[in-house]
Design a protein around this ligand. Structure first.
Ligand code: CA
Length: 245
């Protein structure tokens, strides 16, 4: 860790004590940090210094954080984690649908923050390496998904899913560790013209999937509900570059 190149995290936050708490935590954990307390300053830093990850407060003095997400996504896939005191689910959903990778709600714990950062960096590394995520199986706990052979197994036993159930699980697994919104899943599975306001078909399929892959569907180990937002699948345990998968 000590002699590896440090990841650079841009912390966009106008509340000084929160920014300094986040920076201190990140530095202690081997990251380099840059801070910006306003939107325009942040955009100029993103262009000039290309950080590896962006932590973004949505409520900034000079512009709405949503606008930063939209502008950055026009040209960059740098992971963006929204840090927000706002509790409205709709804002989180809008931020995710505009291209944010994840969100964390204030107040949050250090370990939660670090876990979200690691997950987002891992995903962006896979994308940057042009590794074919879709051909390598997903492994987590007792669950394995072979995308190529379209086989899902739990503790070595093959699970029978319908084609739609498989597509949902595969999509969530390819985004494991990250929250995936209802809209994003509906669009991916049923197409851009699916009725996004009616996610009953998705909930029915999810209930069936959980019955098949969770030992106790009421206390899921693999497929978590993010109330009002979507689903998050347990992080894939394979690490790229370690030759284990
Ligand atoms: Ca703020």
């Amino acid at each position: 860790m000590s002699n590896s190149i440090k990841f650079v995290v841009l912390v966009i936050e106008d509340e000084e004590n929160i920014a300094s708490f986040i920076c201190k935590t990140l530095k202690l954990n081997g990251y380099k940090t840059i801070t910006a307390s306003a939107g325009r300053e942040a955009l100029s830093i993103i262009h000039s210094q290309c950080p590896d990850l962006i932590l973004l407060d949505l409520g900034l003095p000079d512009m709405d954080g949503m606008e930063i997400i939209r502008q950055v996504r026009e040209w960059s896939s740098t992971p963006i984690i929204v840090v927000s005191a706002r509790i409205q689910e709709q804002e989180k959903v809008d931020a995710l649908d505009a291209g944010a990778d994840d969100y964390i709600t204030k107040p949050f714990g250090t370990s939660e923050l670090l876990a979200r950062i690691r997950t987002s960096l891992r995903h962006s590394n896979r994308l940057n390496n042009h590794s074919n995520l879709y051909l390598r199986p997903y492994h987590s706990g007792k669950l394995t998904i072979d995308f190529e052979k379209r086989i899902v197994s739990l503790a070595g036993q093959q699970i029978h899913l319908t084609p739609v159930e498989f597509r949902i699980v595969a999509y969530l697994a390819q985004n494991s560790g990250k929250v995936v919104t209802y809209t994003s899943i509906m669009t991916q599975i049923w197409g851009p013209y699916s009725d996004k306001n009616n996610n009953k078909i998705l909930r029915v399929n999810m209930a069936n999937i959980r019955r098949k892959i969770e030992e106790n569907p009421a206390e899921p180990e693999y497929l978590f509900t993010e109330v009002g937002i979507g689903y998050r699948m347990r992080e894939d345990e394979c690490k790229w570059g370690q030759g284990k998968c």
